[in-house]
Design a protein around this ligand. Structure first.
Ligand code: COA
Length: 166
């Protein structure tokens, strides 16, 4: 499969975006002609900390240095949104065997929903393999310095929303 001329979709909740997510988006932006970061507006998990508009704004500010990356919001199936934006690839980061199990099942569902869309897994870089948005949220809520894990504007948004003095 040639990667040139292809649009890759990087879907996720991004509550909030971390350096682990950005590592995947940056690497996808070097592999594919363009990348659409698709922020899931609803969540099957509990209420997100940041609204969909806030998560989109935080993501846009995090990828503005990447000329071939756009950010959208979506509701519903990821394959439907892939078709809407013309993406032929879904690119997902995989941190662990547990991620791989979960993501393989998602990839098989998505293949049956849209067999023209290929899922591509990118292994998380080792320095970010421990990172999760929920870990960042919990650390920030207890006043830890999370500036090594998220961009500065995201760390500020976390302090404003859930820092111990918020
Ligand atoms: N670096 C750091 N953290 C990462 C990461 C990376 N490379 N990749 C994933 N994560 C973390 C996230 O931070 C998040 O952490 P948390 O649970 O601690 O908050 C966790 O992995 C899960 O990511 P999230 O984006 O919430 O979920 P997901 O990867 O399962 O994907 C959707 C979310 C929206 C893409 C997915 O649910 C979806 O496609 N929904 C639409 C319905 C659909 O089409 N379903 C498919 C078939 S039916």
């Amino acid at each position: 499969m040639s990667t040139q001329g292809r649009i890759a979709l990087c879907p996720g909740t991004y509550d909030p975006v971390t350096f682990g997510h950005l590592d995947i988006v940056e690497r996808a932006s070097r592999l594919f002609s363009s990348v659409v970061v698709a922020v899931a507006e609803g969540s099957k998990k509990k209420q997100p900390l940041f609204t969909a508009d806030e998560r989109i704004t935080l993501m846009r500010a995090s990828v503005e240095h990447l000329g071939n990356v756009q950010v959208t919001g979506f509701n519903g199936l990821v394959t439907t949104h892939a078709r809407e934006v013309g993406a032929s690839v879904i690119a997902k980061g995989v941190r662990s065997a547990a991620d791989f199990d979960y993501e393989s099942q998602m990839a098989q569902f998505n293949h049956r929903l849209a067999d023209e869309v290929q899922t591509v897994f990118l292994p998380a870089s080792p320095e970010w393999a421990f990172l999760s948005s929920s870990g960042v949220r919990e650390a920030a809520a207890w006043g830890a310095d999370v500036s090594g894990w998220v961009p500065a504007h995201v760390a500020q948004a976390l302090r404003d929303r859930i820092g111990p003095t918020a």
